[in-house]
Design a protein around this ligand. Structure first.
Ligand SMILES: Nc1ncnc2c1ncn2[C@@H]1O[C@H](COP(=O)(O)OP(=O)(O)OP(=O)(O)O)[C@@H](O)[C@H]1O
Length: 261
């Protein structure tokens, strides 16, 4: 699989009077993990929504290699190889297998009529998709739950179903929106390992939004820091840890939080 770079150039998003993203640029190099961090309200989710096509920016562009993604619908962007998970769990019904097969739906070639009529080609294709879905479940450590209802799984396993569902699209770029939010320490460590394994095994690029700085520093090759919609820093985890403007943005938000409490 060849993974192109993801280039975000001068992206601006406005909501009524508020500029949620102000001229933001960064590049996700092929096969790397790029973290997007910043205090609450910095614009991280807005940026993910632009990358996945849910928001159209007022200005700027997003490109995957030579392909312009900026004004494409979310399903077109997904089909071009950019898959995402959401902060909140969205899979609630059906078995793990059902949810992963839905994830593969976009890759299904046999038409609806062929599937409905159970034609041999469609049956074969379904079997292949199911086998790939099972491999993906195993890769993220939920293989044993493949035929279990999602509703019976632990919180950590359900978050991994979300990850597997995104991987079933066979993405070249994976957008992870707070993958360890709400997890205990053990589940966080396990998910960090899974993300590392997935990237190593599949060779894809990862864009990570996460408040857990331990996880960010452990997983990221590069970090872009947003504050009030502006990019205030960019560099390796070590550079970011020492950047005075980053410290100011985080300490400022802690001080404001304490003041408000
Ligand atoms: N749909 C929307 N309509 C209006 N304002 C919005 C909308 N989405 C986000 N905003 C505003 O844009 C700014 C950036 O929000 P965003 O959710 O992107 O920040 P964030 O960095 O993801 O924050 P958090 O870490 O709390 O999730 C905030 O001021 C937010 O209130």
């Amino acid at each position: 699989m060849s993974v192109p770079s993801l280039q975000v150039r001068d992206v601006t998003v406005r909501f009524a009077g508020l500029t949620a993203l102000d001229d933001v640029s960064f590049t996700v190099a092929p096969g790397t993990t790029h973290a997007l961090i910043g205090p609450n309200g910095a614009g991280k989710s807005t940026c993910f929504n632009v990358l996945s096509g849910l928001y159209r920016p007022a200005a700027g562009s997003v490109r995957l290699g030579d392909t312009e993604l900026t004004r494409l619908a979310p399903h077109r962007i997904a089909a071009l190889g950019v898959a995402r998970t959401f902060q909140n769990i969205v899979t609630t019904d059906g078995t793990v297998a059902d949810n992963l097969m839905l994830g593969r739906h976009i890759l299904t070639r046999a038409g609806f009529a062929a599937s409905a009529l159970h034609l041999p080609r469609a049956r074969r294709e379904q079997r292949d998709h199911r086998a790939r879905a099972r491999e993906t479940a195993e890769l993220v450590g939920i293989g044993a739950h493949f035929d279990s209802p999602v509703g019976l799984l632990s919180y950590g396993d359900r978050k991994r179903v979300e990850l597997a569902r995104a991987l079933c699209l066979e993405p070249r770029v994976l957008l992870l929106d707070e993958p360890v939010a709400g997890m205990n320490a053990g589940e966080r460590a396990r998910t960090a390992e899974v993300i590392q394994d997935v990237r190593a095994e599949l060779g894809l690029s990862v864009v990570l939004v996460e408040h857990d700085m331990g996880l960010v520093m452990r997983l990221a090759d590069e970090v872009t820091v947003l504050d009030f919609g502006r990019r205030i820093a960019h560099g390796s985890p070590d550079e970011i840890r020492r950047d005075p403007e980053v410290l100011r943005a985080y300490l400022g938000s802690v001080a404001e939080g304490e003041g408000a409490a």
